[in-house]
Design a protein around this ligand. Structure first.
Ligand code: FAD
Length: 369
């Protein structure tokens, strides 16, 4: 029996597991390794940080995994050509699927490593606790909240905080580019900008962060800074640091995989989700839950074929980016889907739909009740 090790219980590997057929589950040994006993829905972590919603954002793996998939809770330290080294285990493999997600990328800017984050459940919870304790204090620096980066997750966090903390805090969002949400058409970004401004958010676009020293975040030059006890970094991501500790060549800890999502050095090693790098013409696809899920589904299909000795039927991975939805708190959203722009109620519905779809994949009918 082949031993197939799956590293990371995020969007990519859970999609893979949920797309395996019964034959595969019966005819290979699947072992999932994850540092936590639960899966967290990264795309909803801003709600935790803002205390907008707390339920159903993390889900225990034993409630969603098929009985035939063995789960090991452990931290992966290094990926080698013949084995995986974890904190408490060493695992040999016939095939390994690496899907350990992302870490923040502070581009070497001094002090930014100390910022709060919302990149995993525990960090989002710490951010929430810190903000809610701090804003009770009188000094202005405790009431200033600064979000570094006006990309997807920064804007989602910003809108949720603005709704939840109305008149209790001063919220700033800092962006080096001249407009927020650089991945969206300008017209949609401006819808988001107007909405955030109507909620009292200070949008500092064209402001480049040069360093953070203690509570001071310096923008553009040494004379221009904001003082805040609540500085949250959402500006950049790279692949998981573990990739650095592996035999695979990578750029920003992301492995440039081939058309079958294999790493070139060892075809039994697949890399999917935020740790993988897939080119879309000249530029890589942005790491999103959408592409992670598609890669997981594709790879399950490959494994289903390999185990049935139908390897020759495997086609190359082909991805079409359908667009994305950016929530602006529970009350508003914008979306850019198949070159069409949506905002307000229709975009909110699209966001709800993507959340329901993922819950359904994880829990089936139970998720609807
Ligand atoms: C705040 C935020 C908001 C986002 N919003 C959106 C959105 O709205 N839409 C969208 O498409 N994308 C969004 N993204 C991006 C999206 O979440 C990622 O692209 C997606 O989660 C990638 O899936 P993955 O399976 O590669 O990694 P993840 O889903 O991050 O899963 C990685 C798993 O590996 C585990 N792990 C990490 N390191 C180790 C280790 N050393 N040992 C063992 N286990 C480990 C983690 O605990 C986690 O369970 C957002 C990201 C963030 C941070």
């Amino acid at each position: 029996m082949q031993k197939i090790i799956l590293l990371g219980a995020g969007y990519a590997n859970l999609s893979l597991i949920k797309s395996l057929n019964e034959y595969s589950l019966d005819n290979a040994e699947f072992i999932l390794v994850n540092n936590n006993s639960y899966h967290y829905k990264t795309t909803e972590l801003h709600k935790i940080a803002a205390k907008e919603e707390g339920k159903n954002i993390k889900i225990e793996l034993n409630k969603i995994l098929p009985a035939k998939v063995k789960f090991i809770q452990d931290e992966v330290i290094s990926i080698q050509e013949d084995k995986i080294i974890c904190k408490n285990n060493e695992l040999s493999y016939d095939k390994v699927v690496v899907a350990l997600g992302a870490n923040k990328n502070t581009f070497g800017i001094s002090g930014l490593d100390e910022c709060y984050e919302i990149s995993d459940y525990e960090k989002a919870l710490l951010t929430q606790k810190t903000i809610y304790e701090n804003i009770q204090k009188d000094e202005q620096s405790y009431k200033n909240i600064v979000i570094c980066g006006a990309g997807f997750s920064g804007i989602e966090l910003c809108a949720s905080l603005a709704i939840m903390l109305k008149n209790q805090a001063n919220i700033y969002i800092v962006e080096a580019m001249d407009e927020i949400l650089p991945m969206y058409p300008k017209s949609l970004a401006q819808v988001a900008r107007k909405y955030l401004e109507s909620l009292g958010v200070n949008i500092l676009s064209s402001h480049k962060i040069i360093k953070k020293e203690g509570d001071k975040l310096f923008l553009n030059d040494e004379n221009n800074f904001i003082v805040s006890k609540n500085i949250i970094f959402t500006a950049g991501v790279k692949g998981n640091e573990v990739i650095n500790n592996s035999f695979m060549a990578s750029k920003n800890n992301r492995v440039l995989v081939n058309k079958f999502l294999q790493c070139e050095e060892n075809k039994n090693c697949y890399v999917i989700g935020d740790c993988s790098l897939i080119m879309n013409k000249e530029r890589p696809f942005a790491p999103t839950a959408q592409i992670a899920c598609k890669q997981g589904e594709y790879l399950a299909n490959c494994i289903n074929k390999i185990l049935l000795n139908n390897e020759n039927e495997i086609k190359e991975f082909n991805y079409i980016d359908k667009g994305s939805v950016c929530s602006l708190s529970n009350q508003n959203a914008i979306a850019y889907i198949l070159d069409k722009e949506f905002s307000g109620f229709s975009a909110k519905l699209l966001k709800k739909f993507t959340e329901i779809k993922w819950n359904f994949k994880l829990e089936g009918l139970k998720s609807l009740f």
